[in-house]
Design a protein around this ligand. Structure first.
Ligand SMILES: [Fe+2]
Length: 288
């Protein structure tokens, strides 16, 4: 079947048809990587991926992250690489308002990149929709290459050489008020990355920011916030944002190195939203 590509936004993202992620005839990885370098977010429609085939597909692109097993999540897949993205509780009902899993999930409503809080950060994420509300619960994306291109020249100069600290616990404190255990704090310490990076593949510069950013290295939090907040606000202006409306069977792949995303509100005590995420790591360290 011929591969067809339809742009979803003037600056980035595309819908791709004619690819079945279950079948690799030897070109699948190169084909997807080329699409990712160009579009940063791609939507594969009508995929029929159960957890095992999602994990196998993910591993074509590198080492898959293992979902944390903190006791918070009682609905683990038989495949430890699968992150449940759901508002269902272990008993099959909706998560209660004070369920720690819900509190943790609410942090995903802030603009972020997956696993920038790890030194070996997230490269691609793969999110497979099993059950989604008929309307709402979109995932929004912004391409931080296009954002960087649009920054004022003086800001670009100001960002040169700056590095930022990213912490999952910083963003969790901002929204959801999830309380990490001592063990979680120990196993997921902050990471430090350049604020601007040049990507292999597209050879474009991207702003590398997220709600996980607590401060600029060498600056206090109070000194850092005006710049970080200004960059975050600039990056999520309407002209940069693509809102994905989910259909069951959608597999959305995004490049965490050059995008941010966020979940949006929906009636999570009435409507089921059940997706599975996998993420591949970048490599040992994030290059500037
Ligand atoms: Fe995410």
């Amino acid at each position: 079947m011929a591969v067809m590509v339809k742009k979803l936004h003037p600056l980035f993202s595309a819908e791709v048809t004619g690819i079945d992620a279950r079948h690799d005839e030897g070109q699948l990885r190169a084909q997807i990587e080329a699409l990712m370098d160009e579009h940063a977010v791609i939507v594969l429609r009508d995929q029929k991926l159960e957890d095992a085939s999602q994990v196998a597909f993910t591993k074509l692109f590198g080492e898959a992250e293992i979902a944390p097993n903190s006791g918070r999540e009682k609905m683990r897949s038989a495949h430890p690489e699968i992150f449940n993205v759901t508002n269902l509780a272990a008993d099959g009902g909706f998560q209660k308002e004070d369920d720690p899993a819900r509190k943790y999930r609410l942090g995903n409503h802030l603009w972020h990149t997956d696993s920038s809080f790890r030194q070996n950060a997230g490269k691609y994420s793969f999110l497979m929709a099993h059950t989604v509300p008929a309307e709402g619960a979109d995932t929004e994306f912004t391409d931080t290459r296009a954002v960087y291109d649009a920054l004022p020249a003086a800001t670009k100069v100001r960002l040169e050489g700056l590095r930022a600290e990213h912490s999952i616990w910083y963003s969790r404190a901002l929204k959801g008020q999830y309380q990490p255990s001592e063990e979680e704090l120990r196993v997921r310490p902050p990471a430090q990355h350049p604020l601007v990076r040049t990507l292999s593949g597209s050879n474009r510069k991207a702003l590398y920011i997220a709600a996980h950013v607590s401060h600029i290295l060498g600056w206090s939090e109070a000194e850092s916030r005006p710049l970080v907040d200004e960059l975050m606000a600039f990056a999520v202006q309407a002209q940069f944002v693509y809102a994905h409306k989910w259909r069951p069977g959608d597999m959305v792949i995004w490049d965490n190195r050059c995008t941010m995303h966020r979940a949006t509100d929906f009636e999570d005590s009435k409507l089921v939203r059940d997706l599975r995420r996998t993420t591949v790591r970048e490599g040992l360290s994030v290059a500037a």
